[in-house]
Design a protein around this ligand. Sequence first.
Ligand code: KIV
Length: 263
Amino acid sequence: MGIKKNNKIKIYCKQKRPLVCLTAYNKHMATILDPFCDLLLVGDSLAMVLYGETSTNNVSLQTMIEHGKSVVKGCSKSIIIVDMPKGTYEVSAIVALKNAKKILKETGCDGVKLEGGVKISHTIKLLVKNKIPVMGHIGLMPQQVKHPKNYKVKGRSLDEQELIINDLKAVEKAGAFSVVIEAVTEKLANKLTKLSKIKTIGIGASKKCDGQILVTEDLLGFFSKNAKFVKKYADISGFISKAIKKFKSDVIKRKFPSKKNVY
Ligand code: KIV
């Protein structure tokens, strides 16, 4: 039997070593990642990674639910968090609660992630009051980026630093169990982590955060272009090309299917 949902989050919050977090959008990837991770995020980045969109701004609740269901099938030990897509939680706390309940009921995931700080703290509070584990997301918030050129590092000015620190405090006070800090200066990420009583998970932030997250396909090398904060740990697109080249050659030379592959 797997670890109970609440216990998984308690273990995560008490973990002393840095937390390992990655995105997963389906059962097969979740099965591979689960043994190594503390948390899997069904991120709305799937809009760009799987659906070829240029932003995360047009993902439906139903799409997130279908991918959440798939990830649950491949995961037994990591916490599974689903992104609430743009337009499903900002209107009102009541709408957010209805949608968050739907996501968790239909997927079996452990909690939801919402982008925003001060502005949505009342919503986080209501979700937590209704026993829905919430992960916050502050700093660069992709759902608010209207043009690809505007993916810019946050926290260079004192005013921006103050806003982000306030966002952290609001998310923490509202009861989130953890918070993603995206694309802020290293100095600010360090300060946020020092101030924070909840686990900070960095992406383009600092190694001093309580944990790190990346989009799995980015670190595997699916794409030729990446943000500076991505480290490629593999060249999966090169690996796939090599295999497909061999397949093509086998098909053309009538080497495939061989005796082993026919009935
Ligand atoms: O959507 C996503 O994948 C995310 C992570 C990059 C933090 O929000």
